[in-house]
Design a protein around this ligand. Structure first.
Ligand SMILES: [Zn+2]
Length: 238
């Protein structure tokens, strides 16, 4: 164990008000690719970059093509929680972790057992009819082809925040509340490049800001502890 990880373990052991804020790196260790980092790959199969396909405008205008990409690249229903997901769920049961704020949409924190999960970008597991709001499970999307339709004839949309769409204000406000009251904020698996989510760090007022990421981030200088390593590898030692 490195001295940085030992220090993190010491802080965690003595803290009962931890909030975790996680990004794509938390999911990549469960085998879910970060589409932003493998852009080139998709250009061979799709006429548009992922940022275009996963936009509100594209969803409305080219719904079938959206779903072709979405089913192939965004649904990873067999993925399993890794050491980071499992440890955070354990900390919640022990009364140490108050909330997980995540940019991921795969539901793996809940699969690991976490209850208080704030999903800034929504979840692929929830879907609803755009006309009558009837909810549908992800299997309805995954098992079909073409554009998924409600029994009322309306188009079903994933409860996922697409490009051009705003974040849910309730989720943002709850996240701000947890972060501003946290004794310890652990940020993991994110380069803190995506706003407004990345701005949440500004609400933390404590003196135990921990950054765990494979590569350096713009916030490293502000952190009280920085660990450059894969998040699952770090959490499996805590
Ligand atoms: Zn409907």
């Amino acid at each position: 164990m490195t001295s940085e990880i030992a220090k993190l373990k010491e802080w965690v052991d003595g803290c009962d008000n931890i909030v975790f804020f996680g990004g794509a790196g938390v999911s990549t260790e469960s085998g879910i690719p970060d589409f932003r980092s493998v852009d080139g790959l998709y250009n061979q199969q799709y006429k548009y970059p992922p940022e275009t396909i996963l936009s509100h405008t594209f969803f409305l205008s080219e719904t079938a093509e959206f779903y072709r990409f979405y089913r192939a690249k965004m649904l990873a229903l067999d993925a399993q929680p890794n050491a980071a997901h499992l440890k955070l769920a354990e900390w919640e049961r022990e009364g140490k972790c108050r909330a997980v704020v995540t940019q991921n949409i795969d539901g793996l924190h809940q699969k690991a057992g976490s209850k208080e999960v704030l999903e800034l970008h929504g979840s692929v597991l929830r879907n609803y009819c755009m006309r009558c709001r009837k909810p549908y499970p992800v299997e309805k999307i995954a098992s079909g082809t073409g554009i998924p339709k409600c029994s009322c004839g309306g188009t079903i949309k994933p409860d996922v925040v697409l490009y051009e769409e705003g974040l849910d204000s309730y989720t943002i406000n709850k996240s701000v509340e947890y972060i501003s009251k946290a004794d310890m904020l652990i940020i993991g698996g994110t380069s803190l490049a995506v706003y407004p989510a990345a701005g949440l760090i500004d609400y933390y007022r404590g003196n135990k800001l921990v950054l765990v990421n494979k590569s350096p981030t713009p916030a490293d200088r502000r952190a009280d502890l920085v660990i450059h390593a894969p998040i699952g590898e770090v959490f499996s030692q805590l």
